[in-house]
Design a protein around this ligand. Sequence first.
Ligand code: ADP
Ligand code: MG
Length: 238
Amino acid sequence: MLENVNKHFGELHVLRDINITVDRGEVVVVIGPSGSGKSTLCRTINRLETVDTGVIMIDGEPLPEEGRGLARLRSDVGMVFQSFNLFAHKTVLQNVTLGPIKVRRQNKAQAEKRAWELLDRVGIADQAEKYPAQLSGGQQQRVAIARALAMDPKVLMFDEPTSALDPEMVQEVLDVMTSLAKEGMTMVVVTHEMGFARRAANRVVFMADGQIVEENTPDAFFTQPTTDRAKDFLSKIL
Ligand code: ADP
Ligand code: MG
């Protein structure tokens, strides 16, 4: 998926020779200290950030620099951010139908039918006519997940989806993510929730200073980290 990707912000070498492949149906959890380049990695996969060198491929197709091809491949990558990013002046239902209507050219009835199914799946169909501000953080994040799913993405990226939530709302979002993982959704998840990583991940990628330092199954990574960086990181968070 990413081959030899390098990126600088000025002097800062924020991504160093990143190679990562995510297979269909795989759940990859990315962890690492703050500032290690995890968010930048997520954003490059969607060309929200450009790269200096390297190739990004989605389902075997290289991501073009710009134009229609980029828009099409970009819409195959769903994004869920820490800060929900819902449209404040649209209802929950409209938030979920907007992309399918505008980008996927679905008609309103089709898009709404699917939106109801997805809202039901994330457990908030009863909130469909409300506005985001009327919902709790956990509910808003579940809307954001439903919105991403409505585009039928090939891969879903999560960048610290529970970091902005009050503690009592973290689990309801992780539960939705866990069930998506079980259903075979291809996911890349940046998170500090190690319980989720252990339960749902096929692979853990540990980043530090813009590099992939270690990559392993969750079991092996958590019980036998091989590098000092990973041991040090785990000793601080576990
Ligand atoms: P993480 O998500 O792992 O905390 P980020 O990818 O957000 O790390 O950031 C990696 C590094 O790149 C940090 O040192 C950050 O300050 C820097 N950085 C991120 N975005 C920008 C930007 N738009 N311009 C300059 N530096 C940036
Ligand atoms: Mg980040």
